[in-house]
Design a binder for this molecule. Structure first.
Ligand code: ADP
Ligand code: MG
Length: 618
């Protein structure tokens, strides 16, 4: 028998390695930008075409390479950054594996131009799938330019696996942000399809954060500074009232390297405990400096996780310094006699607990053992079934600023006697006209002839709002309320295009825009029953929904907008509802075209038949 084991040819080995290093265009962006930083560049330009599918180019003014180094840089395990295994434990560079360029060259067309400061002429090398095609002497400025074209040209499966341009571009921008945030002293610019998307002059950390995330960020930053023997912390956390629905503004850098750490993230969240609403995430931009010997970043070529020697201590220091900063800047309650009450709870936290007070009253009317109609004066009341209008009434209960839910009911407009499709009236399979009961501030329980109905209040209301909004948008029936003063909102340069793309649909829901420029949005009208204070939350949610959407052929901006707004405006889980609100919601739900599922295809209610229940008692 002959031997069967062979060594893989280099280009195959490189392709396999590439699978680990290069998942998508954003991975190339990360590697090239990190190389530029390791080369001590002071200015780095990133040029992208078609979300990196056609071109990714990074141009730096760093130290450049000699002709021999340029050639060697594409060999696997070729690195100038470590010489021995010991060096791994004292890393001061981003790269060290000597794998990135070899991997990239294995799966793309690459053009490198590079020149060192003191050299007269530079080197140009082109490669296709690990193979050197040309090598020339060229005139080129000091530094290095690497252009990566036709990514995955020789691995069609990988190429087809790439997401839409929007999604890939989003990943690229994320990487760009991470690198740019870690190095405020370096100037960065990014161009996509010929237009400038970011231009970040070298600056201090605060300015860098503001340049990336938009002018309004400045006022929300609270500095965090701490220096101990094992850890130095510097950076910012966002004030609690600016906490976001998404985790897009959460950044940890350890020794200037972006990392993800659920554990340290937990430390921050616990410092914010009680200050931000559930489901909101505080922003943070924190730089941690530790002894390179105390961390291990050598876990995976692209992973952003690292191992710390003494995680528990880091956790404790981080948590207490963030708490301290929030206290010091009067954001969290502290023992301070001059304490400004307005700063105490600058979010609707208090109102939330008030709203859940009247639960006991709800219980009283619910008696599953009697057939008797409850006669608490509701029996003659019926409600409009039209979803587009009924949600306005429902929404009243959501008004936060100190108004009590019950009082707002005077504003509800009822239609007398005549009504259709109500689950509670004239409907033979309904036993008790007004037996709804709110359970756990989450479900509305009701009896129907055949058994029991349990409705998820949040999903049900989403359905009601969603159909109403869609109707408004398709019929272009706009009802909007004029604001006394125009509302100015700031967005970052990558958020703004999303809003402008949805402008027309937003207008059909009732938004009136009077100004649209790079960063500022001016609004003079909002949909009926949307509070001015909620506008930014709605738009933020919308932006994050669009960003997370993976557009496919069924993608409809109108639908997405309706879903997103329905989600923002719907009654939340945990909100206590009066009897009237409960019934109104149930009626509105069953007046919908598709009452049984939420806009995101989740069940809005479940039924339990008497049989099912009987069986449980067998
Ligand atoms: P690593 O960064 O892990 O060393 P790479 O494959 O990314 O591996 O790069 C290989 C080598 O090529 C680097 O060690 C460095 O010496 C050189 N190099 C890569 N990019 C640049 C650049 N932009 N400027 C100068 N040298 C570079
Ligand atoms: Mg590298």
């Amino acid at each position: 028998m002959t031997d069967i084991i062979q060594l893989l040819p280099d280009h195959v080995a490189n392709q396999i390695a590439a699978g680990e290093v290069v998942q998508r265009p954003a991975s190339v962006v990360k590697e090239l930008m990190e190389n530029a930083i390791d080369a001590n560049a002071t200015s780095i330009k990133l040029i992208i075409k078609d979300a990196g599918k056609t071109l990714i180019q990074v141009i730096d003014d760093g130290k450049g390479m000699s002709a021999t180094d340029a050639r060697l840089s594409f060999e696997r395990h070729a690195t100038s950054k470590i010489r021995s295994a010991e060096d791994l434990f004292d890393l001061h560079t981003k790269g060290f594996r000597g794998e990135a360029l070899a991997s990239i060259a294995a799966i793309a067309h690459v053009e490198l131009k590079t020149k060192r400061d003191n050299d007269e002429l530079g080197t140009q090398i082109t490669l296709e799938g690990s193979e050197v095609i040309t090598q020339d002497i060229v005139v080129t400025p000091k530094g290095t330019s690497i252009a990566v074209k036709h990514l995955f040209f020789n691995i069609p499966a990988r190429r087809n696996f790439l997401k839409s341009n929007n999604v890939e571009l989003r990943h690229i921008i994320d990487e760009f942000h991470r690198v740019a945030l870690a190095h405020p002293d370096i100037a960065f610019a990014m161009y996509h399809n010929g237009s400038e998307t970011f231009n970040l002059p070298n600056s201090n950390y605060r300015q860098r954060v503001v340049n990336i995330f938009g002018g309004k960020t400045n006022e929300k930053l609270v500095p965090v500074e701490e220096e101990t023997e094992i850890l130095k912390i510097s950076g910012f956390v966002g004030k609690p009232e600016f906490a976001k629905r998404t985790k897009t503004e959460q950044f940890f850098f350890v020794n200037n390297r972006f990392i993800k750490s659920p554990y340290l993230n937990h430390a921050i969240n616990s410092a914010f405990e009680g200050l931000v609403k559930e489901g909101s995430h505080p922003s943070y931009f924190l730089n941690l400096t530790v002894d390179p010997k105390s961390i291990d970043i050598n876990i995976h070529p692209t992973k952003t996780e690292i191992k710390f020697d003494d995680e528990h201590t880091l956790y404790a220091i981080l948590r207490s310094s963030v708490k301290h900063s929030l206290g010091q800047f009067n954001i969290a309650p502290v023992l301070d006699f001059e304490h400004d009450k307005n700063l105490d709870t600058p979010y609707n936290y208090k109102d939330k607990s008030q709203a859940s007070a009247p639960i006991v009253e709800v219980d009283r009317l619910f008696n599953p053992f009697t057939e008797e109609k409850s006669s608490k004066g509701f029996s003659s009341v019926s409600y409009k079934k039209e979803p587009a209008q009924s949600w306005e009434g429902l929404y009243v209960g959501l008004e936060s600023k100190g108004t009590k839910t019950e009082h707002d009911f005077s504003a509800l407009e009822f239609e007398s006697e005549e009504q259709t499709a109500s689950l509670f009236k004239d409907d033979k399979h309904v036993e008790d006209t007004h037996s709804t009961y709110q359970f756990q501030n989450k479900y509305i329980v009701s009896t129907i002839k055949s058994g029991m109905l349990m409705i998820d209040q949040h999903r049900a209301h989403q359905r009601v709002l969603y159909e109403g909004l869609l109707k408004n948008m398709t019929l272009k029936e706009t009802i909007s309320q004029q604001l006394l003063f125009p509302l100015k909102l700031q967005f970052s340069s990558n958020e703004m295009p999303i809003i402008s793309q949805l402008k027309e649909d937003l207008e059909h829901t009732g938004f009136v825009f009077s100004g649209f420029n790079d960063e500022t949005l001016e609004i003079t009208g909002v949909p009926v029953n949307v509070q001015e204070s909620e506008v930014s939350i709605i738009l933020e949610q919308l932006i994050s929904d669009v960003q997370q959407e993976v557009p496919d052929s069924n993608f409809s901006a109108t639908d997405l907008l309706a879903k997103s707004m329905a989600k923002s405006l719907a009654i939340k889980t945990g909100q206590s509802l009066t009897r009237l609100e409960q019934e109104h919601l149930v009626n509105s739900l069953f007046a919908c075209k598709e009452p049984s599922i939420s806009p995101t295809n989740r069940a809005t209610f479940i039924t339990m038949s008497v049989d099912d229940i009987d069986k449980q008692f067998m």
